[in-house]
Design a protein around this ligand. Structure first.
Ligand code: AHR
Length: 620
């Protein structure tokens, strides 16, 4: 039995404490970004190669290939799909796209599509006709379609269309098809690019985010969103870095980039789209700026840093500058947001502990000094630390981002890692952490309850030390079930399903029951199987008693309250499951939270089941 007393003394819990980070394993393109067409503009591919045709296939006797257009739609999009129809063709011809490992067909959804097309060498007599745009099964059953009129012209034309699905298909092995009667286009060669199809999006935003994934995240009430990475910021080389200016403006002006996780990023999900979605989700951004270090291990030389300093200043101006006086802010305004976005935190780099020498010698100082001079109101986060042992940087940072991936025992034994740090003004951001292996070292494909409860024990340390831990986010966030580059992840998804892991529910319970004030309670020892935390929602007059039992057998905790609750029965929420339990695509709800009631009095005796996180809500 563990006896816990708590007083009403303590400290504030920062409103930023629990949030989200992104971005790998098709969590942007193919994930949060709702675009359904993969390889929609043939960005960053080599014309003439089979890889350039990823996700595309010809219909009928048409020949398709990716070409460097002799007259590209824009300098950012030099490639196009060449669609050649043999003379004498009479049967239907066209091409299909298989989406990001599938396309969902959902009854009632109106899909919004568009594409650019031209006929490089048009016939002397204009040809007019209609394409058919549709969603179909791989065996050709059409679920929804519409006609899209066209006329041959050597200049690019943009076509737009919508169609509405009347049935829901459980399978996602569906295709988008654009087709036309062969006799209309026989002998013609046409070019197409930026072939796009969106389902309804979160908040109805154009070029927006997937609804189900957004709602799953919204259910966590996350406070912040760290973007654009993670590694996604860095690029394999400096030339491949996430450069904000390539991600804004019209979609035809975005070249895309070779991402850091083995696939091409469209950058349709760009700086503006991130910010608008973060605002829609009632979060605040923790925005990273490139700090001169890329994944190949090379650092930008000291005398080449100015380019990146200017880029970072411009990036921040895009977000918060005055649109009437600043050119970057004017781009933001032209995209639909004249007012500045909220921005308080800038992260300088990502995982600079992989090149601490250059970060300490010049990269941190170069960026910090220039950005702080320009934007003194912002908070700057340094990234060069894997634990509480921070290297020496000058100017000394106030904010540090720490990353840790480990096994359950690490998180259980590390529950007091922050308690031993001195209170000297430093503030910590646990920007990435997760149980990635079992204690045996065996890798995990999905979070398992043992690891999730161990994370919960560690997170009691975030609550308790939230005077110096201002933010924390599990990582990585999202994983496309058909193309995984990193496991485990908080949420796994397919084109039409979302699987909330056991760690998702731990994060959710901590975030929902964060409170605004931490109440100092009897402390425990780091390796103890049971941890707890008491916080309060002051205006609601509610106290949240979190109990974490990392043992496989039950343990009893007795709380002695400094007040008598106003109700004799309280309501709690518990996440618990047998050791090894995982939520997977075949068993997505193996462990979900459930509610229970308990007897509330000045003393509350709670028997915590093995491997459980419980939150007892007590009203004063
Ligand atoms: O969370 C996955 C990756 O881990 C992040 O992108 C990177 O910062 C870290 O190495």
């Amino acid at each position: 039995t563990f006896d816990v007393t708590f007083s009403t003394a303590g400290h504030n819990v920062p409103s930023t404490l629990y949030g989200l980070m992104i971005l790998i394993t098709y969590s942007g393109d193919g994930g949060l970004y709702a675009e359904l067409i993969q390889n929609r503009a043939f960005q960053q591919v080599t014309p003439g190669t089979s890889a350039a045709l990823t996700a595309w296939a010809a219909l009928g006797s048409a020949k398709i290939s990716v070409v460097a257009s002799s007259s590209p739609v824009s300098s950012a999009l030099p490639n196009a799909l060449s669609f050649a129809v043999p003379s004498g063709t009479t049967s239907t011809v066209g091409f299909t796209n298989s989406g990001y490992f599938g396309i969902p067909v959902t009854a009632g959804w109106t899909y919004t599509g568009s594409f650019y097309y031209r006929t490089p060498t048009p016939p002397s007599t204009k040809v007019s006709g209609s394409f058919t745009a549709d969603l179909r099964s791989t065996s050709g059953t059409v679920f929804t379609s519409t006609t899209v009129p066209f006329t041959t012209s050597s200049t690019w034309q943009q076509a737009t269309f919508t169609f509405t699905a009347s049935s829901t298909q459980s399978a996602v092995t569906n295709l988008f098809a654009l087709s036309v009667g062969g006799s209309t286009v026989a002998g013609l060669t046409m070019e197409f690019t930026l072939i796009s199809l969106f389902p309804p999006t979160f908040n109805g935003r154009k070029n927006g985010f997937r609804m189900d994934l957004s709602e799953t995240l919204l259910d966590m009430k996350p406070a912040f969103f760290r973007f654009p990475g993670g590694n996604n910021l860095e690029g394999e080389t400096a030339a491949d870095r996430w450069a904000w200016e390539n991600t804004v403006g019209d979609l035809v002006d975005r070249p895309g980039r070779v991402g850091d996780w083995g696939y091409i990023n469209t950058d349709g999900l760009g700086l503006y789209e991130y910010l608008q979605w973060i605002e829609d989700m009632d979060m605040q951004p923790i925005m990273a700026v490139y700090a001169g270090y890329s994944l190949n291990g090379a650092s930008v030389a000291s005398n080449d840093m100015q380019t990146y300093i200017t880029e970072a200043i411009n990036q921040i101006n895009f977000v918060i500058g005055d649109a009437s006086t600043n050119a970057q802010a004017a781009i933001r305004s032209s995209m639909g947001h004249p007012d500045p976005f909220t921005l308080n935190y800038i992260e300088i780099g990502n995982e600079d502990f992989f090149s601490p020498t250059t970060y300490a010698d010049y990269r941190w100082a170069d960026l910090y000094n220039a950005l702080h001079a320009e934007f003194p109101q912002l908070h700057y986060i340094a990234t060069s630390a894997t634990s509480g042992n921070v290297p020496s940087l000058s100017p000394a940072p106030t904010y540090w981002d720490l990353h840790i991936y480990s096994n359950p025992n690490f998180f259980i034994n590390g529950a007091y890692n922050f308690d031993i740090l001195s209170r000297n003004g430093l503030q910590f951001f646990q920007g990435e952490y997760a149980t990635t292996t079992e204690n045996s070292g065996a890798a995990l494909t999905y979070p398992f309850i043992d690891g999730s409860i161990a994370e919960a024990a560690y997170m009691a340390g975030f609550d308790r030390n939230s005077d110096i831990v201002f933010a924390a986010s599990y990582a990585p966030l999202l994983n496309h079930v058909s193309s995984t580059q990193w496991t485990p992840d908080l949420i796994t998804f397919s084109p039409n399903t979302v699987i909330r892991s056991t760690s998702y529910y731990v994060q959710q319970l901590y975030s929902l029951y964060k409170g605004d004030f931490y109440l100092t309670s009897t402390t425990n020892t780091a390796s103890s199987p049971v941890q707890w935390s008491v916080t309060r929602d002051t205006s609601a007059g509610q106290y949240f008693l979190k109990v974490i039992n990392t043992a496989t057998s039950a343990n009893t905790v007795v709380f002695t309250l400094p007040f008598t609750p106003s109700h004799t029965t309280g309501t709690g929420t518990i996440l618990t499951a047998a050791s090894g339990t995982q939520n997977t695509p075949t068993n997505p709800n193996a462990a979900v939270p459930s509610s229970f009631s308990f007897t509330a009095g000045k003393t509350i005796t709670y028997n915590a089941p093995g491997l459980s996180l419980s939150v007892l809500v007590v009203t004063a």
